[in-house]
Ligand binder design. Structure first.
Ligand code: ANZ
Length: 845
């Protein structure tokens, strides 16, 4: 029975954990400090894959570590179970999305239990359960009350394949992030969450996360929110009552504006062209059709050939009364700033390209030479002794085709002449403000979050539309609005929600007066579900509230969040936003949901991501059957820093299994009793053990899991040596080392560790056994003796650290009394250092 048999071990300990529930979070009266460790919850699409296996192995190291350090740990799991994958699979197979979803959840649960992920199985939640999505609806109503949920008609991203709208965050490089179809634009009335009200806070609070979130994620969020600071300037338009405002980051260049451009797909363009000739109207109409087929990405591509239509309308520059022709061009976007710009071709490359193509004037208003001449000192003189001025290249943008973006002094700008850029911006903004024709302004790339979807498998929006077109929120005591059964509904994507056809469901009396009314047929983006789920884990079955603020006070925010970098913007931005909303509503006392974030890398195969089309998918279930759970988990942790990708072709789960068997055998070779006298036994082995006990916590807390595994291997080797040679398996130090191996392994290879612990005579589980403190006496570094030779003769000796730096050793050696005496002022021609043992000095003369 002395064979390492992972299959029977897995069976045995799973049964024991099911019964003992060692990973349940302790209840209210527990006085230990708390840690909330959260893994991003999965979509139930199919069984777990290698990517899940990596993420859950790493998250579990952290959860198990804090338990071992004496913390009461909350480590929950749930399923993000609404959404398109279930609905599309159900349509394909002609079954109910529910059936598909909950079957997959059961399969994934079984796999997670087999995988020994130390979750609290009493707190499982599924976002597709009415007991969960009721609270999405509650959240929606709270936001609606505050004006943070609203409906508007706007150009939206549309996935022609999934036949539903997409949030901006769900269009990645111009395509639907789910299915890869090229996103289109449609004008539709949709529900939005007003995330733009929170843009400044979402940006500024990123500073708090610096150092505990990956800097890459912080940078991506900053860039996505994209704050620009500048001014709005009002231009009169001939023949129009109202002025047109433009947004500019360079109000200093106002005197250099030579034309105005409006977005062709803006309401303003439509209105302006209505006052033009039929010829202009026609040209504009065909241009607009072409623009609507152009992707956002292309429109923002600065290198693209400029196109546009002159609208035969004119604006008036508020500072000098100049008449500026108004053009429509697609490089100006309708949903950024005001959808209109003042074009300053001399100093903006896009405007210059446009001006040169359409023969519009270019006027330089910043003398960038002024900066250059000041910066280059005059060093040469001609034959008359006059300074030779550096020959400057022609800086006329109309000639070079290069806009002048740099610093300089204002020119051709009336009262601004001679000022620097910063001062000119201040001066002109103040003047505009005084004249009532402008104001300082900021703009964001961030758009409001479009949350309505024309699909079945999601949370129904709790709004009722009255006959007169007014909207009535579903009263809170009538929540949840549950989804009707899918039988009889055509779920196929067709651009409007399938729920609209569920007559019994959609027709309801108006809650206000009982008159006939209809439910809103749309469902919510599933990113609403995941924006607050970390709070629901605190009491997932409470049917009186979304979460208990007192529990939130105790547990939240999440101490350590673990998941893929694919959520760098979408999910993490939305969760940060909703947390701030809940803060403003008084439900939580913190403003950031996740205090620390770890992004694991991807699992690759032969250098590329696994995919069906490449045929390079490694099945997790096969790996587990072949090598055992512990070997796969250990391989994930040992492969390298967690942020790095793991190429499964480069790692060896087989070697991991061999190592685990070797570690496990130590437990059978320990012959001393569990209550052996501590602080005795082989000092050499004890030093290795205690070094490990001292170093492992710091290494785990800085996510150097691979280093901890390497150190465990070292400890296993040292222990094996001690057992096979002197002092043998009965030595107290051998028991101490082997128990330490079990404690260390319990983070990575829980089955093996549990089995060792039992063999060592302890009651299970090792998962709840505390970490041991290193004995400081054993940590004091030993010293070694270094000899100092001069011209071949030993002249002195030094006691130094075994890890001394060679340069340091050389310095010490040259300073010894023996060396100084025997060098006796001669020239030192060579010093050979063999740290930490010998320094050999040669002299001449
Ligand atoms: C005049 C100007 C002169 C500009 C100059 C730049 C340089 P960011 O930094 O991205 O905020 N702009 C404003 N609204 C726009 C829209 N809807 N579509 C396309 N471009 C738009 O850029 C702000 C600058 O982008 C604004 O400042 C405006 O051009 C342009 F030497 O105004 B600027």
């Amino acid at each position: 029975h002395d064979d390492y048999d992972f299959a029977s071990m897995q069976e045995k300990w799973q049964a024991s954990w099911d019964e003992l529930k060692p990973f349940s979070t302790a209840t209210a009266d527990d006085t230990r400090p708390r840690k909330y460790v959260l893994d991003m919850f999965p979509y139930p699409s199919g069984d777990l894959h290698m990517g899940h296996a990596e993420a859950y192995a790493l998250g579990d190291v952290i959860a198990r570590y804090w338990r071992q350090q004496g913390f009461n740990v909350l480590h929950p799991i749930g399923w993000d179970s609404f959404g398109l994958p279930a609905e599309n699979a159900a349509i394909k197979r002609g079954i109910d999305p529910r059936a598909w979803t909950y079957e997959n959840i059961e399969q994934q649960k079984r796999s997670m239990k087999l995988y020994a992920a130390s979750f609290d199985w009493d707190r499982v939640l599924h976002t597709s359960d009415p007991e969960y999505y009721k609270w999405n609806q509650w959240l929606f109503l709270k936001m609606y009350e505050k004006g943070l949920a609203y409906r508007k008609a706007s150009w939206v991203n549309w996935c022609p394949n999934d036949q539903t709208v997409l949030a901006n965050e769900q269009v990645v490089d111009g395509v639907c992030e789910r299915c890869g179809a090229t996103a289109e634009k449609k004008k539709l009335t949709q529900w939005y969450f007003k995330i733009t009200d929170y843009a400044d806070r979402l940006l500024d609070d990123l500073n708090q996360l610096e150092g505990s979130w990956p800097s890459k994620v912080i940078a991506m969020q900053r860039n996505w929110i994209g704050r620009s600071i500048g001014a709005e300037v009002d231009f009169e338009v001939e023949g129009r009552e109202e002025k047109v405002a433009v947004f500019t980051t360079r109000p200093d260049t106002l005197y250099g504006a030579t034309f105005m451009v409006v977005a062709p797909d803006s309401d303003l363009a439509a209105e302006l062209v209505a006052g033009s000739s039929d010829a202009v109207k026609q040209e504009f109409a065909s241009y607009l059709t072409a623009v609507q087929k152009t992707s956002e990405i292309d429109r923002q591509d600065a290198a693209r050939e400029k196109t546009g239509v002159f609208l035969d309308r004119f604006a008036v520059n508020p500072v000098n009364g100049e008449r500026l022709p108004i053009w429509a061009a697609d490089y100006v976007l309708s949903d950024y700033g005001t959808g209109a710009i003042m074009a300053v071709p001399a100093h903006d490359q896009r405007d210059l390209d446009f001006a040169l193509k359409f023969g519009l004037p270019v006027r330089v208003v910043v003398d960038t030479n002024a900066a250059v001449t000041g910066a280059i000192p005059v060093i040469e003189t001609d034959e008359n002794g006059d300074p030779v001025l550096p020959e400057l290249p022609s800086l006329d943008p109309a000639v070079t085709g290069e806009a002048l973006g740099g610093e300089g002094r204002m020119m051709n700008s009336g009262p601004l002449d001679g000022l620097s850029k910063a001062n000119a911006i201040k001066r002109v903004t103040a003047q505009l403000e005084e004249a009532g024709t402008g104001r300082s302004a900021r703009n964001y790339r961030l758009r409001d979050w479009l949350i309505s979807r024309q699909r079945y498998w999601g949370t129904p929006i709790p709004i009722i539309h009255a006959e007169d077109g007014s909207m009535v929120p579903v009263p809170e005591d009538q929540l949840p609005v549950t989804l009707p059964p899918s039988e009889g509904l055509d779920l196929k994507p067709k651009g409007s929600s399938p729920l609209g056809a569920a007559e019994d469901w959609v027709n309801v009396p108006n809650p206000v007066d009982g008159s006939p009314a209809r439910r809103d047929p749309d469902t919510m983006d599933t990113f609403v579900d995941s924006s607050w789920y970390f709070l629901r884990f605190l009491n997932p079955h409470d049917d009186t509230q979304a979460f208990d603020p007192k529990e939130a006070e105790k547990w939240a925010p999440v101490d350590q969040y673990v998941g893929g970098v694919t959520h760098a913007i979408l999910h993490l931005l939305y969760a940060r936003f909703i947390t701030k909303v809940l803060y403003d509503l008084g439900y939580v006392s913190f403003t950031e949901p996740f205090s620390a974030l770890l992004n694991q890398g991807m699992v690759l195969m032969d250098g590329s991501a696994m995919s069906k089309s490449k045929g390079n998918i490694v099945q997790l279930s096969e790996q587990l059957a072949l090598h055992g759970v512990d070997a796969v988990r250990l391989t994930m942790a040992f492969a390298g820093p967690p942020e790095d990708d793991i190429d499964w072709a480069d790692v060896s789960p087989h070697a991991s299994a061999k190592f685990l068997a070797r570690a496990w055998r130590l437990a059978s070779d320990v012959t001393s009793a569990p209550d052996v006298l501590w602080k005795t036994g082989d000092v050499g082995l004890r030093r290795v053990t205690h070094r490990f006990l001292a170093d492992a916590p710091k290494l785990i807390e800085s996510f150097k899991f691979n280093v901890v595994v390497a150190r465990l291997m070292e400890l296993v080797n040292a222990t094996r040596k001690a057992i096979d040679g002197a002092p043998g398996g009965s030595d107290a130090a051998v028991r101490e080392a082997t128990e330490t191996v079990a404690l260390g392994l319990s983070l990575f290879a829980p089955y093996t560790a549990e089995d060792m612990w039992e063999r060592l005579g302890h009651p299970a589980p090792v998962a709840l056994a505390g970490w041991r403190k290193a004995d400081p006496v054993l940590l004091v570094e030993q010293s070694v003796t270094a000899v100092v030779q001069v011209d071949g003769k030993v002249r002195d000796k030094l006691e130094v650290s075994p890890t001394i730096d060679p340069a340091e050793l050389e310095r010490l050696a040259l300073a010894t009394a023996g060396a100084i005496r025997s060098i006796a002022g001669r020239e030192v021609v060579n010093v050979i250092v063999r740290a930490p043992k010998i320094v050999s000095i040669s002299t001449r003369g």
